[in-house]
Design a protein around this ligand. Structure first.
Ligand SMILES: *Cc1c(COP(=O)(O)O)cnc(C)c1O
Length: 378
């Protein structure tokens, strides 16, 4: 008999999502406008401590709008973390601008503030500062925000935080995403909470969020006859999906706790294995462990992360390599990268384990047993 598959990160609905969806149906708000959208935005702001939010069709759409709102134009350069999912950077290309990728540090796996400092200093001298910085908070952990925020302020560069993977995390008691000029979140199916697809753009600047809503709904001027003075997008979230989001938001803290518990169980069982090192939790905040990730040193482990991945796959257990750094992606092969060796090393040795909040202890034990097995065979 084929084993039930254990997947990386799957949707986990709570009790109320369906009620909100039914409400959307019974009131016939089946549109990218309606009361759930407004309520979702307000409740989201309350949850993470932001002033304003625009609910959108995806995290990628939110980043696209963020870049547009800070005035990124063709030919501009935008700094971006290199160790991340492609969606952190593709909107730079949508606008005809060029990404410059920045390496990670080992403490957080996120953008290295020292590299950013050195690079901005050099760029200031030759009058070639970037138009924006996109800072990613990877796998549920905030980057080291204080130095990065102060550098962006010093050089007057708008900071856009890609917190798609870090909803529920904290940096010195505050939510990542709320430190920059704009922040984005994702509610894709694999994220810590999901609306099946969706995103949020947040800011403490009311004008920016109003402009985002305007651009997200085809940039209609105030006229009955559909007049347009700017090109916009169709990026608003559906009222039905916003209903799912409202239900999911109510269980966010439970989802964080469940993912952190997964990590604890993995760590207690596996941390002693030679050469196996879990992604560190930086001293300044709470890591949600959206995904539990580790690196393997093949010299000590006598096995590499790809062998582990293939062994798990043969048992119907899904694990994934750490993100391939964007500077190694064929599509960005001509882009500049500052450093890059840390991200490359994390990619070459890293693996993400099944981490969903709906995994049972039995599921986790199965994963653990299989990892121990492959370690013993080698
Ligand atoms: C998921 C993700 C995105 C994109 O979000 P979508 O809602 O899928 O468009 C952006 N950045 C990172 C780091 C992500 O993990």
């Amino acid at each position: 008999m084929k084993n039930k598959s254990i997947l990386l990160s799957t949707p986990h609905m709570g009790e109320q999502e369906l009620e909100f969806v039914k409400e959307a149906f019974s009131t016939n708000w089946i549109a990218p406008v309606g009361p759930h959208i407004n309520a979702f935005e307000a409740e989201f702001c309350q949850e993470i401590g932001s002033k304003y939010a625009a609910a959108l069709s995806s995290g990628t759409a939110a980043l696209h709008l963020a870049l547009r709102l800070v005035g990124v134009e063709p030919g501009d350069e935008v700094f971006c973390s290199t160790l991340t999912f492609i969606a952190s950077a593709s909107p730079i290309n949508y606008l005809g601008a060029k990404p410059v990728f920045i390496d990670s540090d080992r403490d957080s796996w996120n953008m290295n503030p020292d590299l950013l400092r050195d690079t901005l200093k050099q760029r200031a001298k030759i009058n070639k500062l970037p138009k924006a910085v996109i800072l990613v908070h990877l796998y549920g952990q905030a980057a080291d925000l204080d130095p990065i925020v102060s550098l962006c302020n010093e050089y007057d560069i708008p900071l856009i935080e890609d917190a798609a993977e870090a909803l529920g995390a904290s940096y010195k008691g505050k939510s990542p995403g709320t430190f920059g000029k704009l922040g984005i979140f994702s509610f894709n199916g694999n994220k810590i909470i999901t609306t099946s697809g969706g995103g949020m753009l947040i800011s403490d600047d009311q004008k920016l969020i109003e402009k985002a809503r305007f651009l997200a709904t085809q940039a209609r001027d105030a006229a009955a006859h559909y007049q347009h003075s700017e090109i916009g997008y169709n990026y608003r979230l559906s009222n039905i999906l916003a209903g799912i989001g409202r239900g999911q938001l109510r269980v966010l803290q439970q989802r964080v706790e469940a993912r952190r518990r997964n990590f604890e169980i993995y760590q207690q069982a596996l941390a002693h294995l030679p050469g196996l090192e879990f992604m560190p939790e930086a001293h300044y905040g709470t890591h949600t462990r959206w995904l539990t990730c580790f690196t393997v040193d093949p010299n000590l482990a006598k096995v590499d992360q790809e062998t582990i991945r293939l062994h798990l796959a043969a048992q119907n257990i899904e694990s994934r390599p750490v993100w391939k750094p964007l500077h190694l992606q064929p599509v960005f092969s001509k882009c500049e990268v500052i450093g890059g060796k840390v991200a490359e090393d994390l990619f070459h040795r890293g693996l993400c384990l099944p981490s969903g909040s709906n995994l049972s202890v039995t599921d986790l034990k199965k994963v653990i047993v299989e990892i121990e097995k492959i370690y013993c065979q080698n």
